[in-house]
Ligand binder design. Structure first.
Ligand SMILES: CC(C)(COP(=O)(O)OP(=O)(O)OC[C@H]1O[C@@H](n2cnc3c(N)ncnc32)[C@H](O)[C@@H]1OP(=O)(O)O)[C@@H](O)C(=O)NCCC(=O)NCCS
Length: 258
């Protein structure tokens, strides 16, 4: 293999085409309902390899294709149209504690302690069938899978993408993913270093670690609430004081009358 392999080296649009060129080439499907979803199986290996070689510039080793088409460790879902795979998404769930250092900032240490996170290794749609909702269908299926009660520990889903992959970046941003970090020289593509971004979306009550601004906002709200509490307390104390004065005076008056 000419270049080093990494699980992460996969987010590349391929030879650059403008959106218009892609639109011109895309074939509208009759309906997204004609597309079936199913998990990958070992027989899909060659078909999946051909698609990935078209979408991504990395020569993944055979073992990678073997893994994603056979291991239950992966959520590897294919969109099939006319008996042909036209799109796929591959993701895995990892314990937060096993993440690489550069990814650990997506959750605070306290939230991450017992949490899992989803990582999208690959998402692609056949060029001819883009802009038909297939990418969204695959991503929604993954998110539905991760938001079931039994996966409540999955607090975030994230991915890496080349900073130049505008189509994918817009696709993810429009689906609620937010930029988390810039990864200079993250990718090695055909011997050249390229920058990447980490994008993240939070699930199951997960949220990003608090920044200084979040802490300020929190303490301001505590002060405002406490301010309300103080005035309520001082009101109560004033009433109690008035009541004690009233009782003392009335007892004094009663004693004098007798
Ligand atoms: C990113 C990618 C997966 C998106 O797949 P896709 O099938 O085109 O995605 P969708 O069709 O669901 O959405 C794309 C756009 O088409 C629009 N669209 C969906 N159905 C449509 C329809 N019937 N008619 C017109 N437009 C439609 C969507 O609204 C969406 O636009 P939006 O993002 O402004 O909302 C695809 O471009 C791709 O395979 N890229 C190459 C590989 C890659 O870079 N992968 C990402 C790396 S992590």
């Amino acid at each position: 293999m000419a270049q080093s392999f990494s699980w992460y080296h996969h987010n590349y649009l391929g030879p650059t085409k403008t959106e218009d060129q892609l639109k011109a080439k895309s074939v509208p499907l009759c309906s997204v309902n004609d597309v079936q979803l199913r998990f990958l199986c070992p027989d899909d290996l060659e078909e999946v390899r051909t698609l990935c070689q078209d979408w991504f510039p990395i020569d993944y080793p055979l073992s990678w294709y073997e893994d994603i088409t056979s291991s239950t460790r992966f959520f590897a879902l294919a969109a099939v149209y006319n008996l042909t795979i036209i799109g796929l998404i591959v993701a895995e769930i990892k314990p937060f504690s096993k993440l690489n250092k550069e990814d650990r900032g997506i959750l605070s240490e306290s939230m991450g302690r017992d949490a899992d996170v989803g990582y999208i290794l690959s998402l692609g749609v056949h060029r001819k069938y883009r802009q038909n909702g297939i990418g969204s269908l695959l991503l929604d299926s993954l998110i539905n899978h991760l938001t079931t009660a039994e996966r409540h520990k999955v607090k975030a889903i994230f991915l890496h993408v080349l900073t130049t992959n505008q189509t994918a970046i817009l696709f993810y941003e429009r689906r609620g993913f937010v930029l988390h970090s810039f990864l200079p020289y993250y990718y090695s593509i055909r011997g050249k270093c390229k920058d990447g971004f980490t994008y993240v979306s939070y699930l199951n009550g997960g949220h990003s670690p608090w920044t200084l601004y979040d802490h300020l906002k929190y303490w301001c709200s505590v002060v405002v609430t406490a301010g309300g509490l103080c005035s309520w307390l001082s009101g109560r104390i004033r009433s109690a004081f008035r009541w004690v004065c009233y009782r003392t005076i009335s007892r004094f008056t009663f004693t004098q009358d007798n």
